[in-house]
Design a protein around this ligand. Structure first.
Ligand code: 6R9
Length: 640
């Protein structure tokens, strides 16, 4: 019922398709008076669908139907392609998403034992791919690069695993990783996974306070870091931040015994690095001495794999906990289908491993598929704005910026408005590459609503349809599910293997935040519209929704309207307290040189709201902003 209806299928067929060209439905042919944004269809280019894993809407519907009617069969078939030391029993999954029926629980493949690191590395090597490049690393400076094959990666992971075991890290112990995008970051994640330790990667742009807060919450036995990193022309001394965070944590009673520090000599020499004997150890001094083989710790599918903190809108950050088996299957499968993965692909995800996107689609999803992944240390703007396209061309060895090697483009993290979508499609992808606009969250582990690039026409700005096994529901404020064309609160009716299982140490907050707002559903916190063809359009966080005389307006909708003007590069919209007025017209428009964005590209509307309502002493933590000076500029500009 969430899919395009048969009449809309007919409607899609009515549209004459041209390879990769944008289409506006012909309003006369369809007997409609208005052709709106949601009527714009973009078809996969010629030949793309033929080679795609899912090549038609019919094929998708067949697979989707099966995944909903028989989730146990659907997912256990996929899971059987991976290695399990012991298999799951009769019950593939159990779930209770309804607070009225008791504790919220989600379990997949419980009782089965496996290891994610084994499946990502050893299994691919045994299949004959040991010599294939696993990680293609590109440093901050152009020309500074390195690579590791699957076999070499496994050796490095094993050495670190052995070291960690030697200093007493055991199954279930937490390890905090605070590192930039060096190869050692995925190596550290995989080394933890191999021995059953729970990694908690903290984005290496977070402040001392944020790092300390996370250390105090998960009480790690060790911290893995590096002395410094270059980002563009800036040198950031990470070890100093860790030192301060460890002092801060100690004040809160949490003493961390070991701080393994990678010497990143291209940024800073070890002689210049502050040091605490007994606690600090240079990675290069110890890790290479260990054996390059290491026994795998076989783990229950429901044992924790990692914690990743996501900032709550109020209070302390939430430790999102993902478990091993379901997350492994879900990230591997979503990666494969949303990016129509082929073994000959070179795949690049620009996200940092400090975010969920880097966990699921830099480290786990691609390596579980045996892919070659580009890991980029630097900034997209250094040495100039062409760096991304330089990297794209470099790894396909074609002329500068031809981008001919691109097959599929991905997008995540914020609604991509139709204008930006068209730019990405026309300019970057030469009107040839489908865009996978993937909607999901730290909590969901992997994509929940995403195009399958060869299966159906896209609509610029829409994340399109749900992935296999996912049943979205749009509910009203009372929690009633809305049917057909509608708009409301995006919720999910069932569990999927990659769902988070709890908030670390606070199951009650897990239930209150995500399952109590609408009984029987997982509530995402996002607003969403479903159009007449069944396509989903994300309209922004519901906390950001603007209420004008009872009309609820999503920030994304107004932002899309603004950026459709050629003079406007990007826009962020927030509501401020105001007398009730009849029209939804913006009171003030401020031109700004930049928007306050995190380094993962999210606009911090919370800060804009505070500026707009002049609550300047309540701006909160601005340390994760890509460019904190933007805030001062905005404050000056909006001084009215
Ligand atoms: C993966 C990630 C989650 C929030 C989510 C939503 C926004 C993510 C989106 C999108 C529109 C998309 N979001 N993808 N909005 N279209 N394709 O970003 O995780 O950092 O936890 O953020 O990001 O608002 O609720 P996370």
């Amino acid at each position: 019922q969430t899919m395009a209806t048969s009449s809309s299928d007919r409607r899609l067929r009515h549209v004459e398709s041209g390879p990769g060209r944008m289409q506006r439905l012909n309003a006369v042919v369809l007997g409609e008076s208005i052709a709106s944004e949601e009527d714009e269809l973009v078809f996969p280019s010629e030949g793309f669908s033929e080679q795609a894993l899912v090549s038609s809407h019919e094929q998708y519907l067949k697979m989707y139907k099966r995944s909903i009617e028989d989730p146990a069969g659907f997912w256990s078939e996929i899971a059987s392609e991976f290695y399990w030391k012991t298999k799951w029993g009769e019950e593939v999954f159990t779930e209770n998403l309804d607070v009225r029926k008791g504790k919220i629980t989600i379990e997949w493949f419980k009782g089965a034992t496996t290891n994610v690191c084994y499946n990502a590395l050893d299994r691919n090597i045994e299949a004959g791919n040991g010599g294939k490049i696993a990680i293609q690393w590109e440093g901050n400076e152009p020309g500074h690069d390195a690579q590791l094959t699957y076999s070499e990666l496994l050796e490095k992971v094993c050495q670190l695993s052995n070291y960690l075991k030697d200093i007493g890290i055991r199954k279930g112990d937490a390890v905090v990783i605070y590192m930039p995008m060096l190869m050692e970051l995925p190596i550290a994640m995989l080394a933890c996974a191999r021995i059953g330790a729970v990694h908690s990667v903290v984005f290496a742009g977070f402040s001392t306070e944020s790092l300390a807060q996370r250390i105090v919450d998960c009480k790690p036995k060790a911290v893995i870091t590096c002395n410094a990193v270059c980002r563009g022309t800036k040198v950031i001394q990470l070890k100093d931040i860790v030192d301060d965070a460890l002092v801060e944590s100690a004040k809160n009673g949490i003493l961390v015994g070991a701080c393994l520090t990678y010497e990143n000599s291209s940024a800073m020499m070890r002689e210049e690095t502050k040091w605490q004997d007994g606690r600090d150890i240079w990675w290069q001094d110890v890790v290479p001495k260990y054996s390059t083989t290491c026994e795998v710790e076989w783990m229950d599918a429901e044992d924790p794999l990692f914690l990743l903190y996501t900032s709550g809108s109020t209070g302390k950050p939430k430790g999102v906990l993902h478990t091993i088996g379901g997350y492994m299957i879900y990230t591997a499968t979503t990666f494969k289908y949303a990016f129509d993965y082929k073994p000959s692909d070179i795949y690049w995800c620009t996200a940092d491993c400090g975010w969920i996107t880097g966990h699921s689609y830099v480290t786990y999803g691609p390596l579980l598929n045996g892919a070659t992944v580009v890991v980029f240390e630097g900034a997209p703007t250094y040495p100039d704005y062409g760096r991304c396209w330089d990297i794209v061309d470099k790894f396909k060895y074609v002329t500068r910026y031809s981008r001919k090697s691109l097959r599929i483009l991905g997008s995540v993290g914020e609604p991509i408005n139709p204008s930006a979508w068209r730019w990405l499609f026309n300019v970057v992808g030469d009107s040839r590459c489908p865009i996978s606009d993937t909607w999901w969250q730290t909590e969901t582990g992997g994509f929940l609503i995403t195009p399958l690039p060869g299966a159906w026409p896209q609509k610029p700005g829409s994340a399109t349809f749900p992935f296999f096994g996912v049943q979205p529901a749009i509910v009203d404020e009372k929690g009633n599910e809305l049917e057909g064309e509608c708009s409301g609160y995006l919720s999910i009716k069932n569990s999927w293997p990659g769902a988070f299982r709890t908030l670390y140490g606070d199951h009650e907050r897990y239930e209150t935040t995500y399952f109590k707002p609408f009984s029987g559903y997982y509530f995402s916190g996002d607003g969403c519209r479903r159009d007449k063809d069944g396509y989903y359009w994300l309209t922004g966080r519901v906390d950001d929704v603007i209420n004008v005389s009872g009309h609820r307006i999503g920030t994304a909708e107004v932002e899309s309207a603004l950026v459709s003007h050629p003079q406007c590069a990007e826009a962020a919209v927030v509501g401020v307290e105001h007398e009730i007025g009849a029209f939804a017209a913006p009171d003030r428009i401020h031109w700004a040189p930049g928007l306050p964005k995190t380094r993962s590209g999210k606009i911090m509307r919370r800060i804009l709201r505070k500026i707009a309502s002049r609550q300047l002493d309540e701006l909160g933590d601005t340390s994760t902003l890509a460019d904190p000076s933007v805030v001062d500029q905005l404050i000056a500009l909006s001084d009215f």
